[in-house]
Design a binder for this molecule. Structure first.
Ligand SMILES: Cc1cc2nc3c(=O)[nH]c(=O)nc-3n(C[C@H](O)[C@H](O)[C@H](O)COP(=O)(O)O)c2cc1C
Length: 436
């Protein structure tokens, strides 16, 4: 298992963002096949058979999600989640920047499968240039009859609109995203009903991540069996991994699911910079629990990371070198969650603030012995008690960092100071990761 390019195949063709180049490479062929030869339910079945799982973090089976829509409805919507606000994640950005038509074709195929006539791409506020690029690509596709009414002359048509968020992490959560799209402040909705039943404007809606949708043209073009021949049995396909921190070649790498993290670090990213050793790493952005640096043989897939005590999430790897203070790193993570809590649910709003304040106190030398059990008690009172997973996310690294690096917290409390100050490595690392 190693590098394999499916979604990043276009890296060999720098002009692939142009419609003519994309079409010469076979682009929009899958859409043509689907619209001309397949019923919408057949496209859903194909995606179901492929075993494709959502790349936005939770790994929910994509075809199954599409089949949750009611049998009868007049209007439905497809929403592409391009919010990409998870610290450490920057894969969707490259997918959209390098090959916008791959995503547009994926959106159209998903819309066709659920009989939607309008697809929205919700792009994070900071991705202004990407919004403009997508708008231009959609316009090219419209001129070519690939977007709008009567696609390929059939009586199905689909509009594609790009909507720019305003830079709130919570709007990456699918139900808050729907509120935001409707023009309200992004707050998570209580479920059930799930978006598949009552979503955008109260209509059946599918929300999928950029990478998930970018896989769909390849599945329709090559078949479910082809897709399943890559990766592991339960996590088929490839995964685009973002790796950041003090490594020699940070960036995005597309790997076969199941490839060990060690391969990503050593063979793709060129190992740790300056010959330092790896103290800890987070495999799935700030919301996934950190693991000790020696956990390098874990396969990058949806099963192996939970077995190792973390989650793959969106495969956004943030690395911490030997001289990084874990309490300081945790403080940056806690600051992020306390800032991004939308405030709707009390356990998350108050809990994330308490966690930040306590970690700050420990880092500043004012920690008390009883702080560690109190920190863990606060996390207990947050997990599973909020409308969305942000409350859980705010706790995962508190628990993991105390589990694996309790001695560092204790040293801070005992010595009444941070033994790592000044923080040579953590500041730039966390800035790159978007946490600082
Ligand atoms: C606080 C929070 C932030 C999230 N941010 C993102 C995001 O930036 N991008 C994304 O695709 N999914 C994000 N998700 C997950 C989405 O709610 C949703 O599960 C996902 O878009 C579904 O797509 P998929 O099935 O294709 O993975 C977030 C979830 C939570 C709770």
């Amino acid at each position: 298992m190693a590098q394999k390019t499916v979604l990043f195949k276009h890296l060999e063709q720098p002009e692939i963002h142009r419609l003519d180049v994309y079409r010469d490479a076979g682009g929009y062929g899958a859409l043509r096949t689907a619209v001309n030869d397949l019923a919408p339910a057949e496209v859903t079945q194909m995606v179901k058979d492929s075993g494709l799982r959502g790349r936005g973090g939770a790994g929910f089976p994509t075809g199954m999600k599409w089949s949750f829509l009611p049998k009868e409805y007049d209007t439905s919507y497809l929403v592409c989640n391009a919010d990409e606000s998870e610290p450490g994640a920057f894969k969707d950005r490259e997918l959209m920047e390098r090959n916008p038509h791959q995503l547009i074709e994926g959106c159209l195929l998903a819309a066709y499968a659920i009989r939607a006539r309008h697809a929205f791409i919700y792009v994070r506020g900071e991705y202004l240039a990407i919004k403009e690029l997508l708008d231009a690509a959609i316009e090219q596709a419209r001129q070519a009859g690939l977007v709008g009414e009567r696609i390929f002359g059939k009586d199905w048509g689909c509009e594609v609109s790009v909507y720019r968020g305003a830079g709130a992490y919570i709007c990456g959560e699918e139900s808050a995203m729907l509120d935001s799209l409707e023009g309200f402040r992004g707050f998570p909705r209580l479920r059930p009903p799930f978006p598949a039943v009552r979503g955008l404007y109260g209509k059946p809606t599918v929300v999928n991540n950029v990478e998930t949708l970018a896989n769909v043209p390849h599945i329709v073009a090559n078949g479910a069996e082809w897709f399943k021949s890559t990766g592991t049995e339960k996590s088929p396909g490839t995964k685009i991994c973002s790796i950041s921190g003090p490594v020699n070649r940070p960036g995005n790498y597309e790997l076969e699911m199941g490839t060990p993290f060690r391969y990503l670090l050593e063979d793709c990213a060129g190992g740790m910079a300056g010959g330092k050793s790896l103290k800890a790493y987070i495999p799935g952005g700030a919301s996934a629990p950190m693991l000790p640096g020696d956990c390098q043989d874990v396969g990058i897939d949806f099963e192996s990371y939970p077995a190792a005590g973390s989650t793959m999430g969106s495969a956004s790897f943030i690395l911490f070198p030997e001289d990084c203070c874990i309490v300081f790193a945790q403080l940056r993570i806690s600051e992020f969650f306390s800032h991004e809590s939308c405030g709707k649910c009390t356990p998350c709003r108050e809990g994330s603030r308490w966690l930040r304040q306590m970690v700050e106190r420990i880092e500043e030398g004012g920690g008390r012995e009883e702080d560690l059990p109190i920190l863990l008690d606060v996390t207990d009172n947050m997990v599973g008690k909020c409308f969305c997973a942000l409350g859980d996310f705010a706790t995962s690294n508190i628990v993991a960092s105390i589990r694996h690096f309790r001695h560092e917290y204790e040293q801070h409390i005992r010595e009444r100071r941070c033994p790592f100050r000044p923080h040579p490595a953590a500041e730039p690392l966390l800035q790159i990761a978007g946490v600082a």
